[in-house]
Design a binder for this molecule. Structure first.
Ligand code: ADP
Ligand code: MG
Length: 682
């Protein structure tokens, strides 16, 4: 018996050329080949009588060759072979182009199984280029459910099929990782049958069963992996913080914390007291006051003689955090520092020295904080803001910088529970579901093009009152997708023909990082009245003076994304507004957008968004650390995901570390999955 790790070159017909083609599909071993699953199937199991063949619908039929095939050499490179075939119900003229094999194989008076589609004309039905097999051959292209594989240049479906069949014949399928009890509870096939049936199903129903099992398996491995990560974290040691006194910090705040903020802080304090590293996600809508929660955590770290690092996804956010936190911390005797990529080498060196010598209690920065050249004196707490841009791998590389520091991640993307488990299943979650008092809701309207003049007048009015506006477009440049507003074009139109008297700025994803930051910073300083942008403004920049957000072609965005965008206004004292425009007349689309006009709770909006669009689209085009699944499709397989999560959690609790063969195989698979994930996430 061959092993799953044996190279595919041991198979017949796979030499260096073929091996290279397979390598294009990331297939190197027999195991890779067996895990190269079909993307679909053709049901060729039913044999039809010729009279029942329907034009353009490929089907199998059994027929006798009624004459000796004749081949005509039409011109260079074109040979045409004609033959007539028949069964008791009808006759069919069959034509092959450049098919020497057909010309030689088909014999007068013999029966074959054909697969092809008839086309009808005045004279009767005919067929071109069907595939055929002799009656006694092993079914390969007829009389079966034919798997259709993902392919690459030079590699035909037949070649993949042949290789897979050989591999399955000489090699055991991947080992079982799901215990019998769970398999029978959820009605799923065992591993051996599933891996065979996904490639060679006896029926479409069996193919479905196999697929169901493999999807379950994929989710099961993933969920079990997250559970194990949690378990192994629980074994790590962290010195419990002995000083958990927050009163001086709380007393220094210009406001009292909301109940939700207090709850989150209490949960963090409990983590600090535990003796294992904290791994906590704080989820809360934009403006819910997550920064204060982070500040409380950093304060405690400092009071226990440990350093804290706060990472933001952009320089401008890092600067904003640094500005507000140093204002808060200095009177309390805490020392802060800012480290970003755009500082000069000398500035960076000085800041790094202060961090290394322990003169800094809280270091705020971008990814520069992550680099190897930044050494902390005693890092006790890592805080990542706007967490969804950081994947599992980044989280762990951060943690590696201290002696198992506490980890706090903050996300303003409300995520439905199922997805949160997928992305952050290794984290504990605190939810801030309450806004600071006095925050007025952002009034949101959905309007059509007929309101254009009124929209423009409203922009003028806001600017006249000293406020600023965002205009968000779904595209950067004009494209094939006609009728969709493009930021570059729209900014120019607004400036030249609509608001020549206003200062219009532009911000989009194709600008360079530094350019983007500068545009945003200039807008924050009040150097423009209207910022025309794409969704790049989504991430938490604070411009309290912005009171109006226009979102053009709002139907192009997901609800959660719209909610995020809307969160850019309503951050100051003045009443703020959000106007969604759309040409779309589809009642469902309009209904979806109206959800946003009625709701302000990001979690509710997220649940609706998930139900309406499915998780594949949930985060928009930027995928943000969601794991990549091979068979499973998050848009269709959510129920299976839930089942697998329940099943794996129960099983890990009972026997995850036991020595059954399934547990051992599962641990091996988890290891593979997470190395693969690290590779793609960095
Ligand atoms: P986010 O959750 O989006 O990060 P921030 O932490 O930036 O929100 O807070 C938004 C604004 O609300 C800030 O100006 C902050 O000072 C203010 N804020 C935070 N907590 C409270 C509170 N309990 N009462 C009043 N204002 C608060
Ligand atoms: Mg924030």
């Amino acid at each position: 018996m061959a092993k799953l790790s044996d190279p595919i070159t041991m198979l017949k017909g796979i030499g260096p050329t073929r091996a290279k083609q397979f390598a294009n599909l990331n297939i190197y071993t027999l195991g890779d080949l067996i895990c190269h699953f079909p993307r679909g199937y053709e049901d060729r199991t039913k044999l039809l009588p010729i009279v029942k063949l329907e034009p353009d619908v490929p089907a199998c039929f059994r027929a006798m060759v009624m004459n000796t095939p004749r081949t005509a050499h039409v011109r260079k490179g074109l040979d045409i072979t004609r033959v007539q075939v028949a069964d008791t119900t009808g006759r069919l003229n069959v034509t092959f182009f450049n098919n020497k094999f057909a010309a030689e194989q088909l014999q007068y008076g013999h029966e074959y199984i054909f697969y092809g589609a008839v086309s009808g004309d005045f004279i009767g039905y005919s067929m071109t280029n069907p595939v055929f097999e002799t009656m006694d051959s092993q079914p390969v292209t007829t009389r079966r459910v034919l798997p259709i594989y993902p392919l690459t240049a030079g590699l035909s479906n037949a070649a993949v099929l042949k290789a897979v069949r050989q591999a399955l014949a000489i090699c055991d399928t991947p080992p079982e990782i799901i215990p019998e009890a769970i398999r029978s509870q959820y009605g799923i096939l065992d591993a051996g049958r599933a891996y065979l049936a996904i490639h060679e199903p006896a029926s479409m129903a069996e193919a479905e069963m196999a697929k169901k099992r493999l999807i379950f398996e994929e989710f099961f491995v993933f969920s079990a992996g997250l559970s194990l990560m949690r378990a192994s974290r629980a074994e790590k040691k962290a010195e419990p913080f002995s000083n958990l006194e927050l009163q001086p910090f709380l007393a220094s705040l210009p406001f009292t914390l909301t109940g939700a903020q207090r709850r989150a802080i209490e949960e963090i304090v409990a983590d600090f007291a535990k003796g294992t590293p904290m791994n906590r996600l704080v989820q809360g809508d934009v403006g819910s006051g997550k920064t204060m929660v982070a500040a409380a955590a950093a304060y405690l770290a400092a009071k226990n003689g440990r350093q804290a690092a706060l990472m933001a996804p952009t320089e401008i956010l890092a600067e904003q955090h640094h500005a507000s936190l140093s204002r808060l911390f200095e009177p309390l005797g805490l020392r802060t520092a800012l480290l970003t990529g755009s500082a000069t080498q000398k500035e960076k060196r000085i800041v790094r020295e202060r961090i290394a010598s322990g003169e800094v209690d809280l270091a705020v920065g971008t990814h520069a904080l992550l680099s190897d050249t930044t050494v902390f004196h005693d890092l006790g707490l890592v805080i990542a803001d706007e967490q969804h841009r950081f994947g599992v791998a980044q989280r762990s590389s951060l943690s590696a910088k201290g002696r198992d520091p506490h980890l706090l991640v903050m996300s303003a993307t409300p995520i439905p529970r199922t997805l949160a488990l997928l992305m952050y299943g290794d984290l504990d979650v605190s939810i801030i579901n309450e806004m600071p008092p006095g925050r007025e809701k952002v009034d949101t309207f959905l309007v059509g093009e007929s309101y254009r003049a009124r929209i423009n007048a409203f922009i003028r009015k806001q600017v006249a009152e000293g406020h600023q506006c965002f205009v968000v477009c779904p595209a950067v440049e004009e494209s094939e997708d006609l009728g969709i507003k493009a930021a570059t074009v729209w900014a120019e139109t607004l400036q030249k023909t609509v608001f020549p008297e206003l200062r219009i700025a532009l911000l989009h994803g194709q600008m360079k990082g530094a350019q983007k930051e500068e545009a945003m910073a200039a807008f924050a300083r009040g150097e423009a009245d209207v910022m025309v942008a794409t969704t790049v403004i989504e991430v938490g920049v604070d411009v309290p003076n912005a009171t109006l957000m226009i979102i053009e072609d709002a139907d192009r965005f997901g609800l959660s994304q719209l909610h995020q965008l809307r969160g850019r206004v309503g951050r100051g004292k003045a009443k703020s507004y959000c106007i969604l425009t759309s040409h779309n007349k589809n009642p469902e689309t309009l209904q979806r957008l109206k959800t946003l006009c009625r709701n302000t709770d990001g979690f509710r909006i997220a649940e609706e968004d998930l139900a309406l669009r499915g998780p594949g689209d949930f985060f928009g085009s930027r995928q943000s650390g969601l794991p990549v699944f091979r068979v499973a499709n998050l848009n269709y397989d959510l129920q299976t995901l839930k089942d697998a999560q329940t099943a794996s959690a129960g099983w890990i609790d009972e026997s995850g570390t036991s020595d059954t063969p399934e547990a051992a195989a599962l641990r091996a698979r988890i290891g593979e999955l997470f190395t693969r994930a690290e590779g793609t996430m960095n």
